[in-house]
Ligand binder design. Sequence first.
Ligand code: ZN
Length: 161
Amino acid sequence: MRIGQGYDIHPLRVGRRLILGGIEIPFAKGLDGHSDADALTHAVCDAILGALGEGDLGGHFPSSNPQFKDLDSLAMLKDVATLMETKGFQLVNLDCCILAEAPKLSPYLKPMAERLARVLAVESHQINVKVKSGEGLGAIGRGEGIGAQAVCLLQRRPLHQ
Ligand SMILES: [Zn+2]
């Protein structure tokens, strides 16, 4: 068994699309960054990379590389999933928390879990996505950005599989 944790945060800007867990959410602002700035998917990637002892997302997809500009973060997650498989591990479960003051994300949590599950080739019940507001405190509470945390558990794949 291997445990991993990931964290990410991106600023909210007018004129950007808001994408979390690969799901586009209608909102006046979106997350700004080099890729599509999907903070949830980035936290998930970092959790899995951490469990594998493989450093972090920035090491695998450097923002200095123009190839990764506006990249769909689900494509990064797919690469991380392939690395997990190559190293002989499979996902047991993944628990995530989005830190956001607005918009209201609860209707999108299940679709996010289903989207992440599809990319990771697991059942959606193995993935939990929840959301916490910033209660008006700090940068998250002022709606300046959206953050995400993720914790995952991996197990070594049985040899007969
Ligand atoms: Zn990020």
